[in-house]
Write a protein that binds this ligand. Structure first.
Ligand SMILES: *[C@@H]1O[C@H](CO)[C@@H](O)[C@H](O)[C@H]1NC(C)=O
Ligand SMILES: *[C@@H]1O[C@H](CO)[C@@H](O)[C@H](O)[C@H]1NC(C)=O
Ligand SMILES: *[C@@H]1O[C@H](CO)[C@@H](O)[C@H](O)[C@H]1NC(C)=O
Ligand SMILES: *[C@@H]1O[C@H](CO)[C@@H](O)[C@H](O)[C@H]1NC(C)=O
Ligand SMILES: *[C@@H]1O[C@H](CO)[C@@H](O)[C@H](O)[C@H]1NC(C)=O
Ligand SMILES: *[C@@H]1O[C@H](CO)[C@@H](O)[C@H](O)[C@H]1NC(C)=O
Ligand SMILES: *[C@@H]1O[C@H](CO)[C@@H](O)[C@H](O)[C@H]1NC(C)=O
Ligand SMILES: *[C@@H]1O[C@H](CO)[C@@H](O)[C@H](O)[C@H]1NC(C)=O
Length: 437
């Protein structure tokens, strides 16, 4: 189960090497404090954060219903732990699928010509020279990751090369601009010109099963920011369900209605990249069944230096908790079951696994687990925190072994309708059967 692999921390940064191009390395998970280019980029993103709201809001104005993007789930592929969204790029529009990731900002896809350094993608490779609306994004453009590096008078033709690293994998290319088309049917289709994106011609092969990634984070480069969407929502269909499609909505129509909707404020993100991208939540405790676990209240506190805290991330599969909390959850789950322990580390990479009597045994009934967020309890039914795999029944969480930041992953978000309101700075959610929405 490759999708359960622990995310590795990779850091990369290269300073501008010549006048015509600027290279920027970014890390997705903060681990290496001496990444100087990251500092530059942080400043650029910070500075740009609110400057272009007016312009971007205009783009959505013609589509007051918001944009509807189909996001089918994939489980049978190496990166089956990710959710892919379908969108189209260029003129004429070429449809492709990309990982929807609230833990990063860059929108990218593979571009022809693409040699040995490209991964095998489903569907046709996008070719900029066949599109009437492709452009290279000048490095002094305010939406460029390189704006801060380019200086006040960049050399003519200066363009921005990037190498974005993630917890798993990396992608490199040239920053560009294109018209994107969202929505699958003509009725809900929206064409949006001038979206800054990464035209990748070299990537690690961690992305097969998709053709790229769409960043939904807080930074200026993300789809949410570029559209000035203000809010977006998604509802992730269960992992076992490989057939259903769920919907990611951006804009006012994403609003959650009805009773049973709970809301919790986002905790202000640190100014420093990449933490400035993340959506932090105030987790004050965890219960298993009706038992509140003895986790000190400060366990998930975001430090003034940007360490710690808990983020919600659609692009990470398995929730990771700092060890002080993880050990309490582990002990509580362990105390609920009398099944023999199994070593799940080989098959699943998970730490706490039980042996079922037979490969086909139905796992035992277990109570729900509750994440107590400030002002809102998120109830996780057993299928959101346990996972079964050929006779093994495992806790689908892990301890955070590098750094002190905890992450609420997408396995734990199944069948919950989630709304990120970046104007009100709240996360709202309600249980839902995502395949029927
Ligand atoms: C991008 O960064 C990764 C991680 O540091 C590195 O392995 C890879 O070779 C880099 N790719 C390019 C094209 O620079
Ligand atoms: C970018 O630089 C070019 C000159 O290289 C200049 O004409 C243009 O106005 C600059 N754009 C911005 C947004 O600063
Ligand atoms: C990717 O494109 C850049 C900019 O055109 C070029 O410098 C680089 O050599 C290309 N890399 C590969 C692997 O083709
Ligand atoms: C994805 O890449 C891995 C190696 O990185 C390979 O074993 C696997 O067959 C690839 N899957 C697809 C669907 O291309
Ligand atoms: C998923 O779709 C396939 C092919 O259409 C079908 O054979 C299978 O039974 C479906 N699975 C579920 C769980 O509905
Ligand atoms: C909630 O209500 C608003 C306004 O009536 C509507 O635009 C939106 O689509 C509704 N959201 C959902 C998820 O049904
Ligand atoms: C988190 O919530 C608790 C309980 O409501 C509150 O006392 C605390 O100030 C909150 N922390 C932050 C960083 O908002
Ligand atoms: C993570 O949990 C495992 C198993 O419970 C434990 O052995 C290990 O020491 C923990 N690691 C850290 C960094 O806390």
């Amino acid at each position: 189960m490759a999708s359960l692999a622990v995310l590795l921390l990779l850091a990369s940064a290269a300073l501008p090497s010549n006048g015509a191009a600027v290279r920027v390395g970014l890390t997705r998970i903060h681990s290496n404090p001496d990444v100087t280019a990251t500092e530059f980029v942080r400043d650029a993103l910070h500075r740009d954060m609110h400057r272009h709201d007016a312009r971007f809001t205009r783009k959505l104005a013609s589509s007051s219903e918001g944009l509807t993007v189909a996001a089918p789930t994939r489980k049978d592929l190496p990166n089956g732990g990710e959710y892919l969204m379908t969108l189209a790029i260029g003129t004429p529009p070429l449809s492709y699928s990309a990982i929807a990731d609230t833990g990063s900002d860059l929108i990218w896809t593979q571009c022809a010509p693409c040699g040995s350094q490209c991964f095998k993608q489903p569907g046709q490779l996008y070719n900029p020279s066949s599109s009437a609306t492709f452009g290279v994004l000048p490095c002094n453009s305010s939406t460029s990751m390189c704006a801060a590096l380019a200086g006040p008078t960049p050399p003519p033709g200066c363009s921005c090369m990037y190498n974005q690293t993630y917890g798993t994998g990396w992608t490199a290319g040239i920053q560009s601009v294109e018209t994107f088309t969202f929505g699958s049917t003509p009725a809900d289709q929206a064409r949006v010109p001038g979206i800054a994106f990464g035209c990748s011609n070299a990537s690690s092969d961690d992305w097969n099963g998709s053709s790229g990634l769409v960043g939904l984070g807080r930074g200026t480069m993300s789809l949410v920011s570029q559209l000035g969407a203000g809010m977006f929502s998604y509802c992730l269909t269960p992992f076992q369900d490989t057939n259903s499609t769920s919907t990611l909505l951006l804009g006012p129509s994403a609003a959650l209605n009805g009773t049973g909707v709970r809301s919790t404020p986002f905790v202000a993100s640190p100014a420093k990249a990449p933490m400035s991208t993340y959506y932090y939540l105030n987790l004050t405790g965890i219960s298993v069944g009706t038992t509140k676990l003895p986790i000190p209240p400060s366990t998930f506190t975001l430090g003034a230096d940007g360490t710690g805290g808990l983020i919600i991330d659609s692009g990470t599969t398995i929730t990771s908790l700092v060890d002080a909390a993880y050990q309490q959850v582990r002990a509580a789950v362990l105390s609920l079951l009398t099944l023999p322990l199994a070593d799940g580390s080989d098959s699943t990479g998970l730490d706490l696994c039980f042996e079922l009597p037979f490969e086909t045994s139905t796992p035992p009934a277990m109570p729900s687990m509750t994440f107590h967020f400030e002002g809102a309890d998120m109830v996780l039914p057993v299928e959101n925190y346990m996972i079964s795999d050929s006779g093994v029944w495992c806790l689908a969480m892990r301890n955070q072994t590098v750094g002190a930041m905890s992450t609420l992953g997408n396995y734990q978000q199944q069948n919950i309708h989630l709304l990120y309101d970046v104007q009100k700075e709240t996360l709202s959610f309600t249980p839902a059967k995502c395949s029927t929405l």
